[in-house]
Design a protein around this ligand. Structure first.
Ligand SMILES: [Zn+2]
Length: 177
């Protein structure tokens, strides 16, 4: 899930994009570019989670054959991952910060929030699937409406199984960097 100030504009954009994807899906890798990802795939991130899934999720991205290089740092002012309670149905939320053109463009850093209200009764595997997905947004992958476990960005992936970027996700990241 992504947060954006220009919601109606994004909806139109997404619908057009989805039409394009459905007509070219047989020929192209199954990933959708998202321009709110990081400008630089080397990123320092603060772990403000109270779940013990940070290292696992970071390693899932760091171990891919991509330019992704995430290091954990202390302090404040960096990208960060945090959990909190929101009275809403979402599991995770990615918010780009310090964007190139203020409201759009690649991000200088990000905030990822995990919703304790929806994740409290779920397993660490499920939570990891959510966090690895949100990190996918940080590396320029959009939510992907195609079905199954072909991508960590699939809406209907099995969150109790898929906790890693797939070959389609890796292709998408390498296309963006
Ligand atoms: Zn998402």
């Amino acid at each position: 899930m992504k947060r954006n100030l220009k919601k109606s504009l994004v909806l139109v954009f997404t619908c057009i994009l989805m039409t394009t994807v459905f007509t070219t899906v047989a020929f192209a890798a199954q990933y959708i570019y998202y321009d709110g990802g990081l400008l630089n795939a080397t990123v320092e991130v603060e772990n403000r989670l109270n779940y013990g899934i940070f290292d696992y999720c970071i390693s899932k991205w760091n171990n891919t054959s991509t330019p992704v290089n995430i290091t954990q740092v202390p302090g404040s002012g960096h990208s960060y991952i945090i959990s909190g309670q929101w009275d809403d149905t979402w599991y995770g939320m990615y918010t780009p910060q310090s964007r190139q053109y203020v409201f759009w463009g690649r991000a200088g850093k990000f905030k990822i929030e995990l919703n304790r209200n929806t994740l409290v009764s779920e397993s660490d595997t499920f939570r990891s699937s959510v966090l690895v997905h949100e990190l996918g947004h940080a590396f320029c992958l959009s939510d992907n409406p195609s079905s199954g476990n072909s991508s960590i960005m699939n809406y209907d992936r099995n969150r109790n199984y898929l906790t890693w970027p797939t070959s389609d996700d890796i292709a998408g990241v390498n296309n963006a960097y």
